[in-house]
Design a protein around this ligand. Structure first.
Ligand code: BDR
Ligand code: CA
Length: 300
């Protein structure tokens, strides 16, 4: 995660489900620098009284080059005006790669990665410890888009643009990747009644979620209280709410105008003289989803 207001919502959701074992969170440079991400992540977990969850501090930069961060969206701390308890000092946190290796070395069921920030930590793990991939069940990625274009640039979505090479490594890893792109990301919002229900529950996670959603609604008047990254966490636990299509996806690593864009092969016919996409990896693209159902599941 690059926690981030909507990453915080994803964290609250995953820690609230009794049937999900959240093994660890690793922090990555993204919306804000990795130290701020680590402060936000440990602060959210402290507010939820879940200091038991392992947090690792990951990369403070992209593999080669990325974008300028998203302070302009989420403010200098990454959490707008939301205040959290002080928790672990980011310098005290173990390295993200150690945390991921430790979790993936455990016997038992394989682990699902839910990625709501740039993919730098995952790419570094796959590069340095390819054997760890054997214990990964699937990689859910909030990033890119199939047809919606970009948000950080006209072509590129923020998380992919922050580290296009890392996204390329993950897509080409052979792991099952589910891409939750902007096409669906922007469709899931909470209503005033949803926020009121969260407030009324009195549970610390729900109350914090309500506070964050009100802050998001205030900052993004046109989009409302969007669940953002929480949507990919909901889909990872409730696949029935999404329609997936297995399609080829490539990340533009060069491009005069399009670095960081995800190019999804949506063609229905191919030219007879060749595919032009022979070496492209496949991903399961979240093509459509029950947006109201995702929001309702989050609130529940
Ligand atoms: C992504 O960028 C971040 O600002 C959000 O947290 C989300 O992960 C959307 O492009
Ligand atoms: Ca994020």
């Amino acid at each position: 995660m690059d926690t981030g207001m909507d990453d915080a919502l994803a964290l609250i959701y995953l820690t609230s489900r009794p049937d999900v074992e959240l093994s660890a969170v690793t922090c990555v440079n993204g919306c804000v620098d990795v130290d701020a991400v680590a402060r936000n992540t440990t602060g959210v977990l402290a507010a939820l009284d879940r200091r038991d969850i392992l947090v690792g501090k990951g990369s403070d930069r992209p593999l080669t080059s990325g974008g300028p961060g998203a302070q302009w969206v989420f403010g200098p701390t990454g959490l707008g005006d939301v205040r959290l308890p002080e928790a672990a000092v980011p310098g005290d946190l173990p390295p993200a790669l150690d945390v991921m290796r430790r979790v993936l070395a455990r016997p038992g069921p394989r682990t699902t990665l839910v990625c709501t920030g740039p993919l730098t930590n995952v790419a570094l793990l796959l590069r340095a410890h390819p054997e760890a991939a054997r214990q990964v069940a699937a990689v859910y990625v909030m990033g890119g888009s199939a047809a919606a274009g970009g948000n950080e640039t006209p072509a590129a979505e923020f998380n992919i643009l922050q580290d296009p090479e890392a996204a390329d490594i993950v897509l080409r890893s052979g792991l099952p990747v589910v891409m939750y792109g902007l096409d669906v990301f922007t469709r899931v919002t909470a209503t005033d009644a949803d926020i009121a229900a969260l407030d009324a529950s009195g549970r610390p996670g729900a109350v914090l979620a309500g506070r964050i959603l009100r802050e998001l609604a205030a900052r993004f008047a046109t989009r409302g209280a969007f669940l953002g990254d929480a949507g990919v966490a909901v889909v990872a636990t409730e696949r029935r709410l999404a329609e997936l299509r297995r399609l080829k996806v490539a990340v533009e690593l060069r491009g005069g105008y399009t670095r960081g864009a995800t190019v999804v092969d949506r063609r229905v016919t191919r030219p007879p003289h060749g595919d032009h996409a022979d070496d492209w990896p496949y991903a399961e693209i979240v093509w459509d989803l029950d947006a109201t159902g995702v929001a309702a599941q989050f609130v529940r």
